[in-house]
Design a protein around this ligand. Structure first.
Ligand code: SER
Length: 320
């Protein structure tokens, strides 16, 4: 059985990836690591949890050795909008955690999964049906880290044989932990706000298309790729994956069909406007479909129904 370490386990993806991995590989084989003591304490209620700073390579190495880890899910990241507030920190954290993960994976013979992102693309990228292999000249520090991370991961694979794999996640919509500091966060926030206040003010321009994925599909993408037959992988770092693409206005209009009293307006954040305009409108994810059988299950309608029900429950229970 695999022995797994999830780094940055308290974030939006980690909070749901840990139980998903526990179901697949057994609770004893999954270790959830995070930087913040209060987050580790919370993770510890449902999983084996440890405090770890991924930039502290000695503690990181000790943990891999003591726990005989063979698969690392490196979710440490500062997202796109927050990254622009502190580019130096974004570079140090995003690249530092990845470089340590790759070097230690080389030493301890581990597989590594690190999410890349639609943020890896830029203004010069074809925006419609963005191909797997295309121009990648992002103009955010987040995107620069993601492209560098993809290259570095492929380099460690070809040069040192590290089994590094990743997907380019679009915006991930979920009802576990909230995302933080991303440009696509509006597509999560709106659900809580509509339940709680019946209204929402959006910081992304109304007609900006961005790809999205519902969390169950994001989890499936992650473990499906890590289990894929390496002989079938032409690409590794990193695969386009998507299951829907919409504008804020389209999402809000669909929500209003279900909650007629919902109202919204826009107070556009210039940074988010610039970032979202530079990202693809919709990805072509045919390579993921062909090379490892990517086949998302959740479309926009089902996602909206599920999110509204889940967020209603959370608001009623006082969890939001
Ligand atoms: N959700 C991320 C962001 O908006 C994109 O990968 O920054």
């Amino acid at each position: 059985m695999k022995r797994i370490l999830v780094l940055g386990a308290g974030g939006q993806i980690g909070t749901e990836l840990v139980p998903h991995l526990q179901n697949l590989y057994g609770s004893d084989n999954v270790i959830a690591a995070d930087l913040k003591p209060e987050v580790v304490e919370k993770l510890g209620r449902t999983s084996r949890a440890v405090m770890l700073n991924a930039l502290d390579i000695e503690s990181y190495a000790k943990l891999l050795k003591n726990e005989r880890i063979d698969s690392i899910y490196n979710l440490v990241a500062l997202l796109s909008a927050t990254g622009e507030k502190n580019p130096q920190l974004a570079w140090n954290l995003n690249m530092g955690a990845l470089l340590n993960s790759l070097n230690l994976a080389k030493d301890f013979n581990c597989a590594v999964f690190t999410p890349s992102s639609i943020g890896a693309f830029g203004e010069n990228t074809p925006h419609y049906k963005t191909p797997q292999d295309t121009v990648m000249r992002p103009n955010t520090i987040y995107g620069v880290c993601k492209v560098s991370g993809e290259l570095l991961s492929d380099y460690y694979h070809t040069r040192f044989g590290v089994d590094a794999r990743s997907v380019r996640f679009p915006g991930i919509i979920s009802n576990g932990a909230l995302p933080g500091g991303g440009t696509t966060d509006y597509a999560v926030e709106v659900f809580y706000e509509v339940i709680k206040h019946g209204r929402y003010t959006c910081e992304v321009p109304k007609d900006t298309y961005m790809d999205m994925l519902y969390m169950p599909d994001a989890l499936e993408a992650t473990t499906q790729l890590m289990e894929a037959d390496p002989a079938k992988l032409v690409h590794r770092n990193s695969f386009n994956v998507t299951s829907m693409s919409f504008t804020p206005e389209q999402l809000f209009t669909e929500i209003k069909k279900r909650i007629p009293s919902f109202t919204w307006d826009y107070n556009v954040d210039p940074v988010k406007a610039q970032i979202s305009a530079s990202w693809p409108d919709c990805l072509d994810d045919s390579c993921a479909r062909e090379e490892w059988g990517w086949n998302p299950k959740w479309g926009m309608d089902q996602m909206i129904d599920d999110m509204l029900a889940a967020c209603k429950k959370k608001v009623e229970n006082g969890e939001y």
